[in-house]
Design a protein around this ligand. Structure first.
Ligand code: SF4
Length: 113
């Protein structure tokens, strides 16, 4: 598990708001759009723990890593975002939404953008 360092809540919100625009400006597909199931996995899911290491490694190569982690915190997402897990973001004060409140999965949102 990684302890994540996040900026103050206002900065998290500002970075999160920029994330959709930054996504649209990417010329090449990001790993999480080409291998989404790897990133949907999380430490709280069956088998999800195995995906954390490779997904985190792919995030480390991504130019959006900081804004992505901020977006996931701000939107209380589940899965691996910006190289962080739901559990790690929860420990930093941004617990994920309960499953029944999820309506904005990574894949649905990416298709809409
Ligand atoms: S940092 Fe975010 S946008 Fe980049 S590959 Fe990881 S999950 Fe995808």
């Amino acid at each position: 598990m990684t302890t994540i360092q996040l900026p103050d809540p206002d900065t998290v919100a500002r970075l999160a708001n920029r994330f959709p625009t930054l996504l649209r400006k990417q010329d090449s597909p990001l790993p999480c759009t080409t291998r989404p199931t790897l990133f949907d996995a999380d430490s709280g899911t069956v088998g999800g723990g195995r995906a954390i290491v490779p997904a985190r490694a792919l995030c480390q190569q991504c130019p959006l890593i900081v804004a992505c982690a901020a977006y996931a915190c701000h939107k209380r997402e589940r899965g691996i975002w910006g190289g962080t897990t739901s559990h790690e973001r929860g420990l930093a004060g941004y617990p994920p939404k309960p499953h029944h409140e999820l309506n904005d999965s990574r894949r649905r949102r990416r298709r809409a953008n």
